[in-house]
Design a binder for this molecule. Sequence first.
Ligand SMILES: NC(=O)c1ccc[n+]([C@@H]2O[C@H](COP(=O)([O-])OP(=O)(O)OC[C@H]3O[C@@H](n4cnc5c(N)ncnc54)[C@H](OP(=O)(O)O)[C@@H]3O)[C@@H](O)[C@H]2O)c1
Length: 322
Amino acid sequence: MSNERKTDATKGAGTRRIKGGSLPPPAPGKQGSTVAWLGLGAMGRPMARRLVDAGYDLRVFNRTPGRDKDLVKAGALSARTPYDAVNGASFVFTMVADAHALLSLMSGKRGVLAGLAATPSKRRPVVVDMSTIGREAAVEVSEMAREAGVHFVDAPVSGSVGPAARGELVALVGGGVRVVERVRPLLGHLCRALVHAGGPGQGQALKVVLNGLGAHHLVALASMLALGERVGLARDVVLDAVTSGAFATPSYVSKRAKILAHDYTPDFSLALTLKDCRLATDLARRAGVALPVLSAIEREVDTGVRAGLGHLDLYALEKMYR
Ligand SMILES: NC(=O)c1ccc[n+]([C@@H]2O[C@H](COP(=O)([O-])OP(=O)(O)OC[C@H]3O[C@@H](n4cnc5c(N)ncnc54)[C@H](OP(=O)(O)O)[C@@H]3O)[C@@H](O)[C@H]2O)c1
């Protein structure tokens, strides 16, 4: 723990943070811990796969059955309920759509907390939620976990499906220093870097701030694609400028081929973008910060989802502007 340092305490953030930065290369070979993974969507599947490939004893659960076939072939055990998945696990990872999904996994007779309570172990198990659920929900789940004698870390990620498969995500982490140190080796298989934002919920606060920025950034791209087309600029010409000029960023560059091919299959859906916009406007409202542009973006994305674009990649918003 030599890389810990004291920082100013922010509200709810605790007093100590781990200094951010790159994660060490993960240890290869058979690992000692049993790990449960719940949520096998676009992100959860490749992330869980990395832990199986790293040698962890992995138990997986997904609400819709059958999405774990490849993982089972690779060596994971398929569980029928969250309760069964966490049986004997030292670490429980969740990667689901939103707060409602996480709460439904955690609670109830066949839920995560009941399952962990039924299998007492020497060390308190840790639940690591990597979904984007917002600060309020993370604090609520952290409190539920504490009452059940379980540690909780919020570790939403920056990066999409490609970085997830390559273990190149960036984890934005909230939780106590010791417990974050405990999960750090596992995060090392999934992420290239970890930013410790503070106590429980602060990882989510940071993720919501980052995604608020992303919403401006990607809605701007969708609207300017539509404007470029309307004034007679070829798609590849606009993309050449966008991906090589002063505003070129990895997120624009990585979408180039997809946009050129009019491929709207979601790396990140417009429906999830709406959820994130709502989390950002909610955080701003609670903090008493007026952000009218962010509110307008939320309304635009909402209109796109109502128009039936929610299941498509977020840049499908260009269809609405057209
Ligand atoms: N995709 C990205 O690029 C990206 C990047 C960073 C962060 N994230 C965040 O990561 C999380 C997962 O994203 P994703 O792209 O993997 O989403 P996704 O493909 O839509 O998968 C969502 C997962 O949540 C589960 N789920 C939804 N509602 C549920 C409920 N009520 N009870 C139990 N499980 C439920 C789904 O189960 P079913 O299979 O049964 O539907 C599925 O496993 C989201 O919070 C997202 O904002 C995504």
